[in-house]
Design a binder for this molecule. Structure first.
Ligand SMILES: Nc1ncnc2c1ncn2[C@@H]1O[C@H](COP(=O)(O)OP(=O)(O)OP(=O)(O)O)[C@@H](O)[C@H]1O
Length: 316
């Protein structure tokens, strides 16, 4: 438990989160925050990816208490800024999310409250947990790149949905439209032949989906990696080979109740490293992390232990 009486907080606010709602409600939120916190500053993101830069700069200018305001995408960017800077160990930064996005899946693992008064109580009490994070190296436009992720990364169909959904960003905040989009992608997505290397286990197949999780919830409350534990030193890996479209639709309930592993065509594993590549002659397999589209295979996943200190509402 940490007491934050003298903390100087940096709020990194994504005004575009929740389809622009955050920009509209922030002044009201800030007025209530100002009643409870003594010392804080606010930075607003101006474009996609800006959260990474703002968080890195905040650490460089001395902030050790950082809060992202938005949803899972903002969470992804701000934690990446904290993890990418090399001035101080990332775990020495106290971090949390003020969840005002649409899906807010990462907070489900840590039970971070959405209600502002309860959230401010959480800051006052100052319980901490330290979670591991994933690191993925991948390809984008023939360049090698890398990114951290704190929740779940998805490849194949999951990467395709996020990439396709970028065109419809303004609409997918609507749950019904999001389900329609998922359904449409089911008919558009073509399976790619690939190889997964999970530690020393080699799996070759045409993959419908591949998920690599640190925490367990994604896609608005789905549990595609129910075996994920952010402190167990392992990446949770779930994959499925070819499944019929009707099979996917009829088993949707399993995505939500954590019983996905009972489907005979879905495999759940744990591994310290995971590599995913496509078979010769096949195109790259699309990749997303924490709901943000990144690029394509070959992708190599590893784990950074005890990398992120998170302020949570109760001891974990
Ligand atoms: N100023 C900005 N203008 C436009 N887009 C931005 C800006 N700042 C950040 N973004 C992008 O906004 C996107 C959405 O943010 P975020 O995911 O936090 O909200 P959300 O989609 O409502 O929440 P969730 O992912 O939990 O459903 C992110 O992909 C981020 O890169």
């Amino acid at each position: 438990m940490a007491r934050f009486e003298n903390a100087h907080w940096m709020f990194i606010v994504n005004p575009a989160a929740a389809n622009g709602k955050v920009g509209r409600i922030w002044p009201g939120l800030e007025a209530r925050i100002a009643e409870r916190l003594q010392l804080y500053e606010v930075s607003h993101t101006r474009y996609s990816g800006h959260g990474i830069e703002l968080a890195r700069k905040a650490v460089q200018s001395g902030f050790r208490h950082i809060i992202a305001v938005g949803g899972d995408g903002t969470n992804h960017e701000v934690t990446n800024g904290i993890l990418q800077q090399d001035l101080i160990p990332s775990r020495d930064i106290f971090y949390t999310l003020l969840p005002v996005g649409t899906g807010n899946d990462w907070i489900r693992t840590h039970r971070i409250p959405r209600q502002l008064d309860a959230w401010l109580d959480m800051l006052e009490e100052g319980f901490l947990t330290v979670q591991e994070v994933g690191l993925v190296r991948y390809r984008l436009e023939n360049e090698q790149s890398q990114r951290y992720f704190v929740n779940v990364a998805g490849m194949a169909y999951d990467g395709f949905v996020v990439h396709y959904g970028e065109k419809w960003k303004a609409w997918i905040r609507n749950r019904f439209f999001y389900l329609l989009l998922i359904l449409r992608c089911l008919f558009l997505y073509r399976l790619t032949g690939g190889i997964i290397l999970a530690d020393d286990k080699r799996i070759e197949n045409r993959f419908y989906t591949i998920n690599i999780g640190i925490c367990r919830f994604s896609g608005g409350g789905m549990q595609l990696v129910p075996q994920a534990d952010p402190r167990d030193g392992q990446l949770a890996l779930t994959y499925a080979g070819p499944v019929s479209k009707m099979g996917v639709i009829l088993n949707t309930w399993r995505f939500y109740n954590g019983s996905i592993g009972r489907h005979p065509k879905i495999e759940l594993l744990q591994a310290r490293t995971v590599e995913v590549g496509s078979l010769p002659g096949e195109k790259g397999i699309p990749l997303e992390a924490d709901g943000e589209f990144l690029g394509y295979s070959p992708a190599a996943f590893s784990l950074v232990p005890a990398a992120l200190t998170v302020i949570v509402p109760s001891p974990e």
